[in-house]
Write a protein that binds this ligand. Structure first.
Ligand SMILES: [Zn+2]
Length: 118
């Protein structure tokens, strides 16, 4: 790891930084350390996790993202179903209008004309 400001290499052997403060998370899954670079005096924070705790967090985030993705796909499918139903309805209406226009072309009276005649 390097200092975020001066990029001096910080290692456990040669140090390069001084721990100013250490906090333990209540659940014991991580340790937060406030450090100060011995070269430029810049203070920065590091966190230590066990690989298992980090993996569990990543798995949880992955599950949440997958669930959100599934939810969005389901919403999109509902929209597609609604659009399909609307298109089917429009298709039937268009077909009815076409049939009525063809009947008028053939000399049949429209519904309104038939009512006027009565
Ligand atoms: Zn530094």
């Amino acid at each position: 790891m390097n200092c975020p400001r001066c990029h001096t290499q910080l290692s456990p052997v040669t140090s390069g930084s001084q721990v100013v403060e250490t906090r333990y998370r209540a659940d014991g899954k991580s340790i937060r350390r406030r450090r100060q670079c011995t070269t430029c005096a810049h203070k920065f924070t590091t966190r230590e996790y066990t690989v298992q705790a980090l993996q569990a967090t990543l798995d949880l985030k992955k599950t949440i993202l997958n669930n959100q993705l599934v939810e969005k796909v389901e919403f999109a499918l509902e929209d597609i179903e609604t659009l399909t139903a609307n298109l089917m309805e429009l298709r039937v209406m268009l077909k009815e209008q076409t049939v009525e226009a063809q009947m008028i072309d053939c000399g049949f009276k429209t519904r309104s004309e038939r009512h006027v005649a009565l």
